[in-house]
Design a protein around this ligand. Structure first.
Ligand code: UT7
Length: 317
């Protein structure tokens, strides 16, 4: 597969660190130094499906296609207001496409899993043009009285359109089941037969543990992909990494002994937008004219699960 179009949509509401100081025992200084985040964009009056639809329309237009040309839709999503149908299905109707659609949930790594699935489907000849979306509202999973979590996240939707080609150089997906580190549990409807204990609770995260695992797993994935492709670290124009914390990105840059100019970021403006962070950043780079034909881009993400996904692509647009 190769990427032929990108798009993104952000919520309108910008929430700065200073605004959070108004109702939380936190400070701009703590948030900036621990995470690099200065502000984030949060869902207020919008619905996530509207952001996903806007990102999808922009990516299809950028690809020079119409919704009728899309053969399949894959949407990475962790939560939205609907448990069912999937967000991909809602977007299919909203853009007026007629193809099959499916959601994937691999937490913050979901966009890479979705891209990899799209590549398989194109290779097998089952689809020609696939819309790959990531739409997330992680700010709805956290307790807004818990300063250690709510300051970290932002909402948004990013999309790409892929078609047949040689744009995917290599990829790597891993899963290590480890529920105690990071999870969010919602109670389902009761039935007369439920006898087990159930609960609902906002997201739980052991930040320090996730931080360590993130740096180690992302560095390992990057090394495996560089070895597999035969590329030197400096031959990658951009490392488009999951935007969870600037310090994680900095640690990976130091480990690779590369200048931070290879590591574009949006975490300072968007916060951690879960699986949407990579396609949001990719669209920014593309629309700012920073990607040239032939550029090698390494994308790497980690998330609850624990899941990781990474790939090297060549920009062919
Ligand atoms: O995409 C999902 C994956 N998630 C991640 O990648 C997150 C990975 N982890 C992290 O990014 C970092 O661990 C955090 C940013 C979450 C936390 O940074 P840290 O350097 O590990 O801080 P900490 O948890 O050790 O907290 C240090 C102190 C604590 O106070 P005491 O116990 O030392 O007195 C916290 O209570 O900072 C306090 N604290 C805060 N203070 C002001 C925690 N949150 C805040 C806050 N404002 N918002």
């Amino acid at each position: 597969m190769r990427i032929i179009g990108t798009g993104r949509a952000h919520p309108a509401k910008v929430v700065t660190n200073a605004m959070l100081e108004g109702f939380l025992d936190t400070s701009d200084e703590w948030i900036r130094t621990r995470t690099g985040i200065q502000e984030r964009r949060l869902i207020s009056s919008e619905r996530l499906e509207d952001l996903a639809t806007e990102a999808a329309r922009k990516a299809i237009e950028d690809a020079g296609l119409t919704p009728a040309d899309i053969d399949y839709i894959i949407c990475s999503n962790v939560v939205n207001e609907y448990i069912t149908p999937g967000l991909s299905c809602i977007v299919q109707g909203a853009i007026g496409a007629r193809c099959a659609s499916v959601d994937v949930n691999a937490a913050c790594s979901g966009f890479i899993y979705a891209l990899d699935m799209a590549d398989d489907r194109i290779r097998s000849g089952k689809a020609r043009n696939i819309l790959v979306l990531a739409a997330e509202e992680p700010t709805r999973m956290v307790d807004w009285e818990d300063r250690s979590l709510c300051v970290l996240f932002g909402d948004g939707a990013g999309a790409v359109v892929v078609t047949g080609g040689d744009g995917l150089i290599c990829s790597r997906l891993t899963t290590t089941s480890k529920l105690d580190c990071l999870h969010y549990v919602r109670r389902l409807e009761p039935t007369p037969y439920i006898t087990k204990e159930e609960y609902s609770a906002p997201m739980y995260m052991n930040g320090k543990e996730v931080f360590k695992t993130a740096v180690l797993s992302s560095s390992r994935d990057i090394k495996v992909l560089l070895d597999k492709s035969g590329l030197k670290p400096s031959e990658i124009k951009y490392y488009v990494l999951h935007q969870a914390n600037f310090r994680i990105i900095e640690a990976i840059a130091n480990w690779l002994k590369l200048d931070l100019s290879h590591f574009p970021t949006n975490v300072e403006r968007c916060g951690n937008t879960s699986s949407a962070s990579i396609p949001l950043l990719l669209d920014e780079l593309a629309r700012e004219g920073k990607l040239q034909k032939g550029d090698k881009i390494l994308m790497s993400a980690f998330g609850a699960g624990f899941t990781t996904g990474a790939c090297i692509i060549e920009w062919t647009k």
